[in-house]
Design a protein around this ligand. Sequence first.
Ligand SMILES: [Zn+2]
Length: 317
Amino acid sequence: MRKTKLSIVIHTEEEFDWSGGFNRNNSSVTHGKELTEMCVDMLELGCCITFAMDWAFVTSEQGQEVIRFMQENYAEQVEFATHLHPWVNPPFDEQQSDIDNIDEKLSYPGNLPAEVEKAKLSMLTEKITELTGIRPTTYLAGRYGVGENTYRILKELGYKVDVSVSPFADFRHQDGPDFSGYTNAEFERDGVRCIPHSSGYISFLSSFTDWLNKDSRHLNKLNNNLFGKIILRVLGVEKVRMSPEGFSSTQIQKLVDSLLRTGVLHLIHSFHSSSSKMCGSPYVNNISALNNLKAENVNLLLALINSKTHKITPSLL
Ligand SMILES: [Zn+2]
């Protein structure tokens, strides 16, 4: 049986109103205890966790407590990586007042001028190095926002792995990156190893699902005509991300089955740290949504680790 790696990447960041604009004052971190509890459940199952941390998290009191706790108790199972939310990460544009929201376009770090993207990422890298004693080598762009200068900058700063690609997703409608031509296959760019966040399609028919997941052009072709659209509807095609945020463990297992059949060797399961606390993110607006997310998360990880049909090994990036 072929071995597949399973990595968990947590977008470790502040709680903020996701539809309320991008402002440097939106930097509150109050979910340290809840995040720790949720992570301990996963670590005790034998999972490994990559904390992709942003400036607001690492400079907050609760964020630093989480880092200390993980280093003292689970040092072998955790990795500290960087996650750049440019709107809360210095150096700031001094022309901009504290209360002004920045343009959505500039919330994607890859859209910043190269020297600004590099300056912000350098400050975050140094801060995480100072706090953890280890220089981070894995990067996750805020809002998956890699741009034309990003990989060169990553290489210059000593990064080895990037997990910013979100296969089949197109964020151009909000000036973000276009990943519609990407599948879940790993690749290399400017000497940086790129492992996509696992996502793709499921349907009632596994061979059709695999065909969609193998080549991003297949779905686009069907979507371009009425007959194709009918096929997609009849076969119950859905797009699924490997995340408990908005997806059930049953949906994710179907996705994982297809990705493994199509040769994917490294799965990335992800969610936002703020989803560990009620009302911390849009996915957990009440207690039953929060409990459901946590239960589905553990169910999925248990099923994957104990799978009789696949050999899936928990792994750091
Ligand atoms: Zn983020």
